[in-house]
Design a protein. Sequence first.
Length: 184
Amino acid sequence: MDIRPLGLDGVVEIVPKKFGDARGFFSETWSKKSFAAAGLAIDWVQDNLSFSAEAGVLRGLHFQVAPFAQDKLIRVLRGAIFDVAVDLRQASPSYGRWVSCVLTPEAWNGLLIPRGFAHGFLTLQPATEVFYKVSAPYAQQCDRSIRWDDPAIAVDWPVGDRAPILSDKDRVAPLLSEAGDISF
């Protein structure tokens, strides 16, 4: 497994090894033992699958606060996404900064986003399927979001001249400065 830090403490790109032959391939995409040996000991409790029919769907920036703050391990099964993590840890020197990574089945990569970060992604291809593990179950009372186009964060989304396709929740998400107390 190749682990590549992306510049914000704890956010890493993970590329599992693939073992292939004429029949296809095998890959261990998550192993409690391997992840713990790499210093990534996380107790995953739930798997989620997201499908987006069109390119240009933007989901995020989402996170959960304590006591249900989540670590996330994101992979793309089909299609492609521009995946983003925003540091929301108020005591962090990188508070409000973001990193991104393009995830595709061909690159065989995933993104590990620890609790304390908001997560969002933009689909780059139609019929995109995103699979992710989380370390805490969904808790509506702890669910929060930050506006995808908050100028204080200034994520450089590759939307071109098209407006992204947003949910009602994401369309009315507050700016980071309006989000109130965020505790992880």
